[in-house]
Structures are given as structure tokens and as C-alpha cells.
Design a protein around this ligand. Structure first.
Ligand code: PEP
Ligand code: MN
Length: 333
């Protein structure tokens, strides 16, 4: 059960509500986010909600049977839109494409990518400066120095930055240089990291774990929300299955299910989702059809020379074609 509280309510009224709910054998979690105040109540009793709903300070009360609560669509009217700043929004009808290289490689690459993205009307650039790699001997990113350089050029050119944060100690140094924190598939259940990202005032794009279920992704999102940050986006990036014909199995089903179970925006990552360049456009289109609120894709001037994930990265012409196709598809839908 979720009880939404009035934002300016006095402590005595709040305590009265808590006591009333505890009296009905519920445990109560008091959640304060940047946007609201909630009591998340866990219990099995079938109570008459009117007895709580009429108390002073209660804005609304909802029964939520899902294991995740605040990210569930069962209590919130409508869909959440995430404000990235400067009028850029994702969700509730606002669609964006985020694009850029797998890894940030240097100044020339940053400038060339930004010029290309801007020519396509793309407002958010992706890129990793901390790269989780299967081998410790692979390129692992330019770190904070690369991020600072990227930030400076992005600012000059009015383009937003999404990049992966891999550990708690990186959050603070990265904070002022990014617009969206990305949590990678390998960290999808790093609950310490999720707790800490709940305390920042920047949007978080949370990727599904490599073998994570839809429920696990939503539970992970609940960690961020319940720590105070409502600006969460869920990302389907493919899961590991028995199939070896492609890198990952892009779970298109999950996009449709997530859109129904949660009010949060759902992002599709077709690049990692299939892992093979020549199919990325088709998977991106399919994602749009099932209702993705944004697509994040890997783009590089010369994918063959990319420091990472070149095999699934689109070149400039391919990304231009895909933007055109997605635009037409969306207009049709
Ligand atoms: C990436 O976005 O480059 C990345 C490493 O993604 P994932 O965490 O989905 O593997
Ligand atoms: Mn990548």
C-alpha cells in the first residue's frame, strides 16, 4: 500500500497516520523524494482504506500488490516524464534518441560525433568514460579527464551527456559533468550504488542485468526511488539466453511489459540488444513499435576503428538513415 502525503504536513499528523497503519500490522517506510512524500506500507491485512484515506495530511492512498511499489503503475495516474533540462524530456509522449560511441576516445572524436548528432537533431550524447570490459586488458575508458573534456565541448555545443557510473566513489566527481547517470547491466543489482544514486538530483538510466528478470529490474529501480530520486528510466539492453546467433537476445517483450507495469519511461538499447550492426536499425524500429520512450544507440565515425563495441556500432550514414526511418515510423504511429 502506498500513502501519498501532502508535501507540507506537520510531524504530528504524519505520526498519527504511521501509528494507525502500524496498528493494522503493517510495517511503514517513510520515503521523502525530491518530488513528494510517501508511506510505503508492507503487510497482508485487508484493511478498509477509507479509515486511513480520511486522515489529515493524506493526499491519496493506493493498494499496490506488486513486490515493487513506488515504480509500479498501480498507484500513479499517467506516465512519468523525465526532465533532462533545457526543455528536453523523455516519457509520457516525449521521445528522444541518445547516440554516440561506446567509449569516449578523445577530442577529435567528441567534436566529430557532436557535429554529426546535432545535424540529426539528437540532443543527448552517449559515451563511456568508465568501461566495464570482459577482459581487464581491454580499453577501460579515459576516466574523469575524458569526461571533463567531453563536458566542456558538450556545453559549448548545447548537447546533454549520458555516461556510465560504475561505483559509488565516482558519483560525486562525475555529478557536475553529466546530465544522466547510466547504470550498466553489470551493476543492475549493485544495491549500494543504487542507494547512492537515489540521493542525487540527476536522472538515472538503469539497465537490465544480463540475466535479470523484469521484476528484478523494477526492484532495482525501487531502490533508487525509495532513496529519494524519482527521475529513473528503465533500459532493455538484451539478456543472455541459450541463443548464440547474436550477442544478446533483445527482449522486445520486456519493453511492452515494463510500459504496463511501471509509470517510468522505458529506453531501448538495440546496439547491445543484438550486438550486430546490420540488424540494429530493425531492432530499434521494433522497439519504437512496442512503445519505447527513447532509443540509445552506438554511433561512431568509423566503427571499425572504435575502441570498443565497433561490431554493433552504426556509422554516420547508417545512423542518419535510422533517424529518418524512426521519424517516419513515429509519425505513422
Ligand atoms: C554500454 O552502454 O556501452 C554498456 C557497457 O552497456 P551494458 O551495461 O548494457 O553492457
Ligand atoms: Mn558498448
Amino acid at each position: 500500500m502506498i500513502i501519498q502525503l501532502q508535501s507540507e504536513m506537520n510531524q504530528a499528523d504524519q505520526q498519527f497516520i504511521v501509528d494507525a497503519v502500524v496498528g493494522q500490522s503493517f510495517t511503514v517506510n517513510e520515503i521523502n523524494t525530491q518530488q513528494g512524500k510517501y508511506l510505503v506500507c508492507i503487510g497482508k491485512n485487508d484493511i478498509d482504506m477509507r479509515t486511513i484515506g480520511n486522515l489529515p495530511g493524506v493526499k491519496d492512498i493506493h493498494r499496490v500488490s506488486d513486490p515493487y511499489k513506488l515504480v509500479s503503475s498501480k498507484w500513479k495516474v499517467g506516465k512519468s516524464a523525465i526532465d533532462i533540462g533545457d526543455g528536453i524530456k523523455i516519457g509520457n509522449g516525449d521521445f528522444q534518441v541518445m547516440a554516440g560511441p561506446c567509449s569516449i576516445e578523445g577530442e577529435e572524436q567528441i567534436r566529430s560525433t557532436i557535429k554529426h548528432l546535432k545535424s540529426l537533431g539528437i540532443k543527448i550524447m552517449r559515451g563511456g568514460v568508465y568501461k566495464p570490459r570482459s577482459s581487464p586488458y581491454s580499453f577501460r575508458g579515459l576516466g574523469m579527464e575524458g569526461l571533463k573534456l567531453w563536458h566542456q565541448i558538450a556545453k559549448e555545443n548545447d548537447i546533454k551527456i549520458i555516461t556510465e557510473v560504475m561505483q559509488v566513489s565516482q558519483i560525486e566527481p562525475m555529478h557536475d559533468y553529466i546530465d544522466i547517470f547510466q547504470v550498466g547491466a553489470r551493476n543492475s543489482q549493485n544495491f549500494n550504488l543504487l542507494d547512492e544514486l537515489g540521493k542525487v538530483d540527476k536522472p538515472v538510466m538503469l539497465k537490465r542485468g544480463i540475466s535479470g528478470t523484469v521484476d528484478e529490474l523494477l526492484q532495482s529501480a525501487e531502490y533508487i526511488f525509495s532513496n529519494g530520486n524519482e527521475k529513473i528510466m528503465l533500459c532493455e539492453r538484451g539478456i543472455r539466453t541459450f541463443e548464440k546467433a547474436y550477442r544478446n537476445t533483445m527482449d522486445i517483450n520486456a519493453i511492452a511489459i515494463l510500459k504496463e507495469r511501471s509509470h517510468l519511461p522505458v529506453i531501448a538499447d538495440p546496439s547491445h540488444g543484438i550486438g550486430i550492426r546490420k540488424y540494429v536499425d530493425k531492432i530499434a524500429m521494433a522497439s519504437v513499435v512496442v512503445g519505447a520512450d527513447a532509443v540509445i544507440m552506438e554511433v561512431h565515425e568509423c566503427p571499425e576503428k572504435a575502441f570498443s563495441d565497433g561490431q554493433q556500432t552504426l556509422d554516420y550514414k547508417q545512423s542518419e538513415n535510422l533517424m529518418d526511418k524512426m521519424g517516419r515510423l513515429r509519425a505513422m504511429l
